[in-house]
Design a protein around this ligand. Structure first.
Ligand SMILES: Cc1cc2nc3c(=O)[nH]c(=O)nc-3n(C[C@H](O)[C@H](O)[C@H](O)COP(=O)(O)OP(=O)(O)OC[C@H]3O[C@@H](n4cnc5c(N)ncnc54)[C@H](O)[C@@H]3O)c2cc1C
Length: 409
């Protein structure tokens, strides 16, 4: 993540019509480079077929290296759900069409592989340290100012800026007030997230019941990440080790759950946020800088990757002389964002309303889960949403699912 310079001055002088393929290949890699260093020469022409092969190769390198990952995720409804008994089900993502089966990758390993692959291919991660964006990003050219690790102030002239600096970054704050509409939603739910040196589960496990939602995810061969639903303003100090393990055993329906030293615990609120449009002039917001999704459904990083892919392809088209995709960037990304927001909201309610919601909502949550496991049509729809089929109907970017609730780091 961070700011990506995607087009160099030399490209402007030559104009989009000349040697499109070389420019396209260079733009597609959208490298960051230090000011003053020559723009990297593309390694030969890159016709469409080669790009597709490259994309497949990158997919294998990124996901193959982190292993196949679980494709199923048990949902445990333990005693306590009104009228229910202990049952176990399988998330039916396996029913997704073969071409769209999800790959699961722990977020941290995925980002490590992504960075390593970028560097291997000649990318430059020079832009570190504090950066400032221009006060008026709607100018013809943008100047991104930043400070290097040794404190030197530098500036880069850009044709486009991708603001990929997350929800608390500086890109969005460069947009004048009133230009973006923020749609914010607080789910009224907190998660206590706990990292422990305790045996990982065979599969990521979700559980729901009157005591509240809980989840157990592997974090490497010897560690686990746990989530426990709690009031959003709860204090982590109110959750000593004994209380954590007792709650996990009850909610996961596993009295024999093996504990271990807790190395990290914190509480955060489940919230959702969309900024519309995802663009101001030549500044394009990408990923969490534009939208936050509740973690249920594992959509946040997938959306960030989708935005980045759409943006990179749109800039490549601009270099070739066609700016229609760049003009449609925000509208196209927002369609997918709202689709995933809806799914994530649905899953959040389905797995959390069994707790202390009003009885009517508890019964609705139970009915939704029953439908998921009893209706093949409902299971298929769930699988499609979970695996992230693109509602716009094209297959620009295959969804790369992290685990269901990420690594929480
Ligand atoms: C508990 C939890 C679980 C999750 N689980 C999943 C999951 O399973 N699957 C999934 O797809 N998503 C998941 N997500 C969401 C996912 O983590 C985010 O959506 C994703 O990381 C967004 O990526 P990003 O690059 O847009 O932003 P970020 O990951 O926030 O990256 C922004 C980067 O920019 C840097 N930055 C900011 N400002 C500056 C500056 N001025 N100068 C230099 N650098 C700067 C930040 O340090 C950061 O490294 C989860 C989130 C949470 C909280």
């Amino acid at each position: 993540a961070g700011l990506s310079r995607v087009h160099d001055r030399r490209g402007d002088r030559r104009g989009p019509g000349r040697d499109d393929r070389r420019h396209a290949a260079a733009a597609q890699r959208h490298r960051l480079r230090r000011p003053g260093t020559p723009f990297p020469r593309p390694r030969g022409a890159a016709p469409a077929g080669r790009h597709r092969r490259d994309a497949r190769g990158a997919h294998v390198r990124l996901l193959g290296a982190v292993g196949p990952g679980p494709r199923r995720c048990p949902v445990r409804r333990h005693p306590g759900v009104p009228g229910g008994t202990a049952t176990a089900g399988w998330c039916p993502t396996a029913t997704a069409p073969t071409a769209h089966r999800p790959a699961c990758a722990p977020s941290r390993s995925f980002v490590q592989k992504l960075t390593a692959t970028f560097l291997e291919e000649g990318g430059d991660l020079a832009l570190r340290g504090r950066r400032r964006l221009p006060a008026r990003p709607d100018r013809r050219r943008l100047h991104v100012r930043y400070r290097t690790a040794d404190g030197t102030l530098r500036a880069i002239t850009c044709d486009f800026v991708a603001g990929c600096d997350g929800d608390r970054g500086v890109s969005r704050t460069a947009v004048p007030d009133g230009e973006l509409t923020a749609y914010a939603f607080d789910h009224g739910i907190g998660w206590l997230t706990v990292l422990a040196d305790a045996p990982p589960p065979a599969h990521p496990l979700l559980a729901t019941g009157r005591e509240g939602f809980a989840a157990h995810f592997p974090r490497g061969p010897h560690a686990s990440r746990y989530y426990l639903q709690c009031p959003p303003d709860d204090d982590p100090g109110a959750w000593p080790d004994d209380r954590v393990w007792a709650a996990l055993r009850t909610r996961l329906g596993d009295p024999a759950l093996v504990p271990g030293p807790i190395t990290d615990r914190e509480i955060f609120r489940l919230r959702s946020l969309v900024h519309d449009p995802m663009q101001y002039g030549r500044l394009f917001l990408v990923g969490d800088a534009a939208h936050i999704v509740s973690p249920m459904g594992g959509k946040g990083m997938n959306l960030a990757l989708y935005d980045a892919d759409v943006f990179a392809r749109a800039v490549r088209d601009v270099v070739r002389g066609d700016d229609s995709a760049l003009r449609a960037y925000s509208e196209r990304c927002l369609r997918r964002v709202w689709n995933d927001q809806e799914f994530s909201h649905w899953l959040t309610r389905t797995l959390h309303d069994a707790a202390d919601s009003e009885p009517f909502l508890r019964h609705l949550a139970r009915a939704r889960l029953d439908r998921l496991f009893n209706s093949p049509a409902a299971a298929r729809a769930f699988a499609e949403l979970m695996t992230g089929l693109d509602p716009t109907g094209d297959a620009v970017s295959r969804n790369v699912l992290g685990n269901l609730s990420g690594d929480g780091d």
